[in-house]
Design a protein. Structure first.
Length: 632
């Protein structure tokens, strides 16, 4: 069974009896249950005691320890109706059975066990037992909670015995969420989904993609026969299977309904074909970075935002950003358009435009400016200002080897530079994932003093956006980031740059902060406060906010990581994620009121954020106690 993040996912087989286990090992793994012998369960529930002559579970010598821990997933015996019943004697016996069953799975080192949930029933005691084992610090075993993608009226297998309701009282996601909440969002407990013949609407599928779905169960009923009699899936089933496997889910084929002599190989081969097929894995438009070479491996990986004023970037960091095929072409277009607007044809030989690149790094914007000038057939005089001495050294080499001494390289912080002349155009790339979170406003305020009246700054403006996000994966990862040397909430009061792959965006991103350059009033504050209202389409959880920016470089030339206007192919920025300490349950159609502050002191800038509806939560990062962006 695969436990890595490799692109090719394992495909398993579900069996209901232990007979023929070794024959089924042609699949990557098998899912089998129940773990306890039925006769033993019946005897124990009836109070007849244990037979010392009869085994209660599998023969552990039937396979090697390596096969048990890599090839077998066990299914727990369904005794939930006893656990939740009024007969305490039966409930006690059921608890003992489950304890024995789970302890046996530890004995044979099963990597995970399956717990199946029914609709319209309680499972509080089951959750208590599962949570007790999952939260034990010495155990690495995972629990897979099996539930349908959505309860279907015609699928009676998901209806608990004794139910007289034909319509589900709650969605399958609500059942999962209730169980997960009882288990305190334990990171070793995951949902696994059984696909139905009739798939639910796209919003419900998207919501499940905000969960860490470890496995999807695929039955023969999800297949149709092609003209040659081979099992295939319709287009929608293909796309759903493909997307879940792209997000890391493994597949289990459940042969229920097939004749015992049926050949399972065509089903196995077809599922494998789907995950290896070349069609666009981002069929729901969720991942703007899909297919970009340099983003692979960074999915759901939390990174602290850069602090370029406080820390000098290293050469390899510059190198990665310089490989962006889109960003610098957009900058070239912007400078080109500005030069054409600024210098009419009749002045192109006589007028020289003074262009300053502030925060020049290793020179990519200098190259873009020269390309723009050549394309526009205009003359420019270039200054490259860079505070990082090591990067300035690179600029000096380039000035000798590539630019023929035409660039004036200045190794100084732009805010402290005494410019010998004023610029017609100031170009910078100081944006962070949230637009202003690498202190572009503060830096460009300091540079504005050497811009001519009527001069142009590129970018001219930028806006930040946020959207409420459900992502159990990101929430789990943030929980792991606890810093013992900071306050107990520091990991949840720090924004993270992250390629958000496993997530459900609850509502459309909305505008938070805006900045324009040059400022009309240089003394205008860069502090901000905004209140935003969002609305959910389905019941869900808010784990935090995804942050984006959209930037107007010049005129109508836009550079953006906002999903609706994303600059396709650009990878220099991933979104930013503002986590919430506690997940917030949201009802269908319910309002989410978010508050965001951009705060500042003489030495730093920081963000604070909270939610006041549907319930109030503590303001995160007050006074920048957990995270600040240094001005020095």
């Amino acid at each position: 069974m695969s436990t890595t993040n490799s692109r090719r996912r394992a495909i398993g087989l579900l069996l209901r009896k232990s007979d023929g286990v070794t024959d089924a090992l042609t699949f990557s793994f098998i899912c089998i249950g129940p773990i306890l012998n039925e006769a033993y369960v019946q005897s124990a529930i009836e109070g007849h005691g244990e037979s010392p002559k009869e085994p209660f579970s599998w023969f552990d010598l039937a396979m090697s320890s390596n096969e048990w821990c890599s090839s077998i997933v066990g299914i727990l015996t369904d005794v939930n109706h006893y656990l939740e019943g009024e007969d305490e004697v039966l409930a006690h016996r059921a608890r003992q059975l489950l304890h024995r069953e789970i302890e046996f799975t530890h004995h044979v080192s099963l990597p995970c066990v399956v717990v199946e949930l029914k609709m319209n029933t309680n499972y509080i005691n089951l959750a208590k037992i599962v949570h007790a084992f999952a939260s034990a610090g010495t155990l690495s075993q995972h629990f897979w909670v099996k539930i349908p993608l959505e309860f279907a009226d015609e699928d009676e297998s998901w209806i608990n015995e004794g139910d007289d309701a034909s319509v589900p009282e709650e969605s399958s996601w609500m059942v999962w969420n209730r169980f997960r909440s009882l288990c305190n969002h334990e990171p070793k407990i995951f949902p696994t989904l059984a696909l139905s013949v009739n798939l639910p609407n796209e919003t419900i599928i998207r919501r499940w993609m905000g969960e860490q779905v470890k496995c999807i169960y695929i039955s023969p009923q999800c297949f149709i026969s092609n003209s040659k009699g081979y099992p295939v899936m319709n287009k929608r089933h293909q796309l759903v299977v493909k997307q879940f496997m792209e997000l890391g889910a493994q597949a289990i084929f459940d042969p229920k309904g097939l004749d015992s002599s049926a050949n399972l190989t065509p089903y196995h081969q077809y599922i494998d074909f789907i995950q290896c097929s070349p069609f666009d894995p981002d069929i729901f438009g969720r991942d703007e970075y899909s297919g970009i070479q340099y983003t692979s491996g960074y999915e759901d990986y939390l990174q602290c935002p850069l602090q370029p004023l406080q820390d000098n970037l290293e050469s390899h960091t510059y190198e990665v950003f310089e490989k962006d095929p889109v960003k610098y072409e957009l900058y070239t277009d912007a400078v080109h358009a500005a030069l054409l607007d600024m210098v009419p044809d009749e002045e192109k030989e006589s007028r020289i435009i003074t262009l300053m690149v502030v925060g020049a790094g290793r020179g990519p914007l200098v190259r873009s400016s020269f390309r723009a000038a050549k394309r526009a057939d205009r003359r420019i005089k270039v200054y490259a200002i860079e505070k990082n001495t090591n990067a300035a050294n690179t600029l000096l080499h380039l000035n000798e080897r590539e630019w023929c001494g035409e660039v004036t390289v200045v190794n100084v912080d732009m805010r402290d530079w005494k410019a010998p002349e004023k610029a017609d155009i100031i170009v910078s790339e100081l944006l962070g994932s949230f637009g202003d979170n690498e202190l572009s406003p503060e830096c460009l305020d300091g540079a504005q003093k050497f811009l001519k009246a009527g001069g142009v700054m590129i970018p001219q403006s930028y806006d930040s956006y946020i959207a409420p996000v459900m992502s159990s994966k990101l929430y789990t990862e943030v929980r792991k980031m606890r810093d013992l040397f900071k306050n107990m909430y520091s990991n949840f009061e720090t924004p993270y740059v992250v390629h958000m792959k496993t997530r459900y965006t609850i509502d459309t991103p909305k505008l938070v902060f805006s900045f324009v350059h040059p400022k009309e009033d240089i003394n205008e504050t860069n502090e901000r406060y905004t209140v935003l209202n969002f609305r959910s389409q389905e019941e869900c959880i808010v784990h935090g906010f995804g942050g984006y920016f959209e930037c107007k470089l010049y005129g109508d030339i836009i550079m953006s990581i906002l999903p609706s206007s994303f600059s396709k192919g650009m990878f220099s920025w991933f979104p930013i994620f503002f986590p919430l300490r506690d997940p917030i349950d949201i009802g269908k159609g319910q309002n989410i009121k978010a508050h965001f502050w951009r705060c500042a002191s003489k030495s730093s800038v920081w963000y604070e954020w909270t939610i006041s509806s549907p319930r109030s939560v503590a303001i995160h990062n007050p006074n920048g106690r957990s995270y600040t962006i240094s001005k020095v």
